[in-house]
Design a protein around this ligand. Structure first.
Ligand SMILES: [Ca+2]
Length: 214
């Protein structure tokens, strides 16, 4: 049985699409990222809020009180999570800044990495996704984008950070914290690319027909 050029092209397209999605990595698994009933797995500035969430149940971080000394931050820390250096991960969450918060404050989402296995020896912090204090009254999706677990890292914490400008108080609610393998967005084909792709398939089909008629 002869394999037509159309089949070869179709198989190549399927293989190329598959290659755009990287193999899964073992990313730190978020403890209780939906805060359905409590904030178990989280410590420090971590108070369960049963009246706010998406759906209800969130981690209220704050109030962080800054005195005259300047910008002050407080963290809600996840429990210590094992990581594998080189894995590519992506950290996402939703943040809610209640009305009346200082516009100059912020909520920040990131990983902290440690060189030991028990989150004792700080190594580095990942890229940070930020909600500004001025974006109040709605749930805002935050995404760190691709984070490569750094060489030498053996454990990590997820950090829900809230920062207040001098002489203010800042609170941010958090929900749906997810840590997962990073998946590159596969670019959608535009109308022109689709037309070109269709024309190429048609040409390949015609060539195959001519060969069959011999
Ligand atoms: Ca929730």
């Amino acid at each position: 049985m002869r394999i037509s050029r159309v089949t070869v092209v179709a198989v190549a397209v399927v293989l190329a699409a598959g290659a755009a999605v990287p193999a899964g990595a073992q990313c730190p698994s978020v403890p209780n990222g939906t805060f359905d009933a409590d904030v178990s797995g989280w410590a420090n500035f971590a108070t369960w809020n049963g009246s706010l969430g998406d759906p209800v149940g969130s981690d209220q971080v704050g109030p962080v009180n800054a005195g005259g000394g300047g910008f002050t931050c407080g963290d809600s820390l996840s429990s210590c999570l094992p990581v594998n250096a080189g894995d590519r991960c992506d950290l996402t969450a939703q943040a809610y800044v209640p009305a009346g918060q200082p516009a100059g404050g912020s909520g920040e989402l990131s990983y902290f990495f440690y060189s030991d296995g028990s989150c004792s020896s700080f190594l580095s912090a990942s890229a940070v996704a930020t909600v500004p204090g001025s974006q109040q009254g709605s749930w805002v999706a935050l995404d760190t984008g691709q984070v490569t677990i750094p060489a030498g890292a053996h454990s990590a914490r997820i950090i829900l950070n809230v920062c207040a400008p001098a002489n203010t108080s800042m609170t941010v609610d958090w929900d749906n914290v997810v840590s997962a393998a990073y998946r590159a967005a596969v670019p959608a084909l535009g109308p022109r690319a689709l037309l070109l792709f269709g024309a190429l398939l048609a040409l390949a089909g015609l060539a195959a027909l001519r060969r069959l008629r011999g």
